[in-house]
Design a protein around this ligand. Structure first.
Ligand code: MN
Length: 452
């Protein structure tokens, strides 16, 4: 089933409104905590999305928030039914359509450059209690690799440092961080454009786990079925979506690092202040009636988790398939921050297959810390069934693997040193022989009961 299509960020807001999934808030709110509190509430309730229309100190501004507060909303953005969303993610990299340059676009109706630039004109939100300050949390950064010129999309948080300076939290193990490092090796800053209020397909494409050297803007085009119209930036050699709400143009300052943090992270804990690259803003361009867009991360689930969940599931499914072709289903659990804990169900072909899967996923380096493998009669999305498999098909001395010290991209506060974690796995599959001993008890005829 294909759902109604939409045009750009505003089209998506209209679609949300016409399907009853957008609440417009007239009550005056502050950028400090009020907006984020609303997102927290809709994240816990799994929607609706929010449009704040009365922002204290920012007359005329609106803030869109919680646009991806549930998998239902994400599926709407993808243009598919919720049950088809995982399948859709697995095919996102198959169709790529390069962007098309157009002469002008609404995103440049207003242009601030040089001394006119003032980030404080934007209603940038302070989200969680201990956050270091206002953070741009759902700006999609685009940049070009200094070596190949190939573009990239990613979402990296930015802390406002002043009128025209921001941190840009892009560690070197992320594509943008690698590009910053490559520019610095040449003694140069990296031009970076941050798109705020982008077509949701651009946001989703930026979170696909595509390899370095794939320009995710082409994936966004593939999702839309048409090239993304882009306009040249005013002060840097990059192109940005013509229909976006706001673009922050800037160049990183080579060698400079500033404290970024604390910041409430996807782990549900604060990350401590860390040294982050600095972006000097060369221009801000926007629509005359621009809508600011923000999102929340923090204690799972939040829209940040919703945005990465299916990308992680899709990547993990591919990793499992390499070692065990009969993968049935994959779940990255909510309490595992949609990243640390994975449940995989397989149609087992070899007695020790689950152990290969555990090792493959722990070795993938994407943040997996705990892998549970079950048979395909267990629903990976049902914690009761998963724990039942562990309690009836697993013996700890035989079926648990613990691997110390693995390189891993994670912000888990329990890790002993940066980018290092231990990993463990549980083989909760039943043995290939003696299946009847482990069969799930069922009572015939339950599905025919019609009197209750
Ligand atoms: Mn990339």
């Amino acid at each position: 089933m294909t759902l109604p299509s939409y045009q750009g960020f505003r089209g998506f807001l209209n679609l949300l409104e016409s399907t009853g999934k957008l609440v417009k808030v007239q009550k005056e709110v502050d950028t400090r905590f009020d907006v984020a509190a609303g997102i927290r509430k809709v994240s816990d309730a799994r929607g609706p999305a929010l449009l704040y229309e009365n922002i204290r100190g920012y007359a005329g501004w609106k803030i869109a928030a919680g646009l991806f507060a549930s998998r239902e909303l994400l599926a709407l953005a993808l243009g598919v039914a919720e049950r088809d969303a995982v399948r859709k993610y697995e095919t996102l990299e198959e169709i790529k359509i390069p962007p098309e340059t157009v002469a002008s676009g609404p995103v440049q109706e207003v242009v601030q450059r040089g001394a006119e630039v003032d980030l404080r004109c934007l209603p940038i939100v302070v989200h969680s209690e201990m956050d270091a300050g206002p953070y741009v949390t759902i700006g999609v950064q685009t940049a070009a690799d200094p070596e190949t010129g190939i573009g990239n999309l990613g979402i990296h948080r930015m802390l406002v440092l002043g009128r025209n300076r921001l941190t840009l939290w892009a560690p070197p193990d992320h594509h943008l961080g690698r590009m910053i490092a490559r520019a610095e090796e040449r003694g140069k800053g990296l031009p970076v454009a941050t798109i705020i209020g982008a077509d949701p397909r651009i946001v989703i494409a930026s979170q696909v786990k595509a390899p370095f050297g794939c320009d995710e803007m082409e994936i966004a085009g593939g999702m839309t079925g048409a090239p993304v119209p882009v306009v040249p930036c005013r002060t840097i050699p990059l192109k940005v979506p013509a229909g976006a709400e706001i673009v922050i143009e800037g160049i990183t300052v080579p060698g400079e690092r500033m404290n970024d943090g604390p910041f409430a992270e996807y782990t549900g804990c604060y990350s401590e202040a860390k040294q982050a690259p600095v972006l000097e803003v060369t221009a801000i361009t926007m629509r005359r009636d621009a809508i600011y867009h923000t999102c929340l991360t923090g204690f799972p689930p939040t829209e940040n988790h919703v945005l990465v969940e299916l990308a992680n599931v899709s990547r993990i499914r591919q990793d499992v398939q390499r070692v065990a072709p009969e993968v049935h289903d994959v779940c990255v659990t909510a309490a595992g921050c949609y990243r640390h804990h994975v449940v995989v169900s397989i149609r087992k072909r070899h007695e020790e297959e689950a152990r290969n899967i555990i090792l493959a996923l722990l070795a993938s380096g994407i943040g997996v810390k705990y892998v549970i493998v079950v048979d395909d009669d267990i629903d990976v999305n049902n914690p009761l069934e998963v724990e039942w498999a562990m309690s009836t098909r697993m013996q700890p001395d035989r079926d648990v693997i613990i691997i110390p010290r693995l390189a891993c991209s994670t912000l888990d506060p329990s890790i002993p040193s940066p980018r290092t974690t231990a990993g463990w796995g549980v083989d909760a599959t039943k043995p290939l022989n003696n299946a009847s001993r482990f069969a799930k008890v069922r009572v015939p005829g339950v599905e025919d009961i019609d009197y209750i």
